[in-house]
Design a protein around this ligand. Structure first.
Ligand code: SF4
Length: 284
């Protein structure tokens, strides 16, 4: 939602500053149609790749031109179903979770066991800010940041994180979730008053757990008890930095031809197109 809004309304004054790394959904698409296809000796169009996502916008994302390979007539992601749609399908088929049998998680790596599942920093769909903040603190200022402290500004979905060194603020990052905060951010940008080195933007207040495609209660509201349960399950998974994960390292070596290779750039990054480039479109 945020990317389409930036491309259609905010123009390249904003899109030129957006990180070009693909979303997790599309990185997975590259992995499945690239790494996994090669591992299985299959052409990408012989694989049908389904993603379960928290919102309907992920369906539009999967259809973006940049994620289509003409050579194989294949999208990186062939079908996106929301978690709410999965529940609907199960209801239509009269299938209850109590009736289904648990099976082992499939893995791209033979030696990976279910207990090896790890997560990144952050509590939910956030985490980019935390990872980049710690990395920047180490690389730029030689400081090891173990825990970061968010300071809520106008509301809990607009927060700031700073790094102080010798009495000076050397890093200033922000998290802006939900369109109300995104619009405030853009207004400040326009006035030259949004002085952050990095901003983590998520279109939904609270992040993806509150996505419009998530399972809801019978009266059509987010199922808070279920969401809390998901947060607890997620928090219990151990954190592992991606750069210390041997599977990630192996993929960079075997598949992407190194960390800074042309192939890594082409496979893991995307570009943004601007629909209308008039500066007045910054008016919101
Ligand atoms: S923040 Fe909301 S719109 Fe963005 S990917 Fe998550 S659920 Fe979808």
């Amino acid at each position: 939602g945020w990317i389409r809004y930036a491309e259609r309304v905010l123009t390249n004054l904003v899109t030129s500053h957006i990180c070009t790394a693909k979303s997790p959904q599309q990185i997975m698409g590259s992995l499945v149609k690239g790494y996994f296809a090669r591992q299985q000796n299959l052409s990408p169009d012989k694989i049908f790749h389904v993603i379960v996502a928290p919102c309907y916008d992920k369906k539009l994302e999967a259809l973006r031109e940049d994620f289509y390979t003409a050579l194989y007539n294949s999208q990186e992601v062939d079908c996106v179903l929301t978690s709410g749609e999965i529940v609907q399908i199960m209801e239509q088929k009269n299938v209850s979770m109590k009736d289904v049998t648990a099976v082992a998680v499939d893995s791209l790596f033979d030696e990976m066991k279910e207990g090896d599942v790890v997560r990144h920093d952050g509590k939910r769909s956030d985490g980019y800010l935390e990872h980049i903040f710690k990395h920047a603190a180490k690389e730029l200022f030689g400081m090891d940041v173990k825990e970061i402290t968010y300071k809520a500004l106008k509301n809990k979905d607009f927060q700031e994180v700073t790094l102080e060194k010798d009495g000076e603020t050397v890093l200033r990052f922000a998290a802006a979730y939900g369109f109300r905060n995104i619009q405030n951010m853009v207004l400040k940008l326009k006035k030259g008053k949004f002085l952050y080195h990095f901003v983590e933007v998520l279109a939904c207040p609270g992040g993806c757990l509150n996505g419009k495609g998530q399972a809801q209660t019978e009266d059509g509201k987010p199922d808070k008890a279920l969401l809390n349960q998901m947060e607890e399950v997620y928090a219990a998974i151990p954190v592992r930095l991606p750069e210390t994960n041997m599977h990630v390292q192996k993929m960079y070596q075997d598949w992407l031809e190194g960390m800074d290779s042309k192939k890594a750039q082409e496979t893991l990054h995307t570009k943004y197109s601007v629909v209308n480039q008039t500066a007045s479109n910054l008016d919101i």
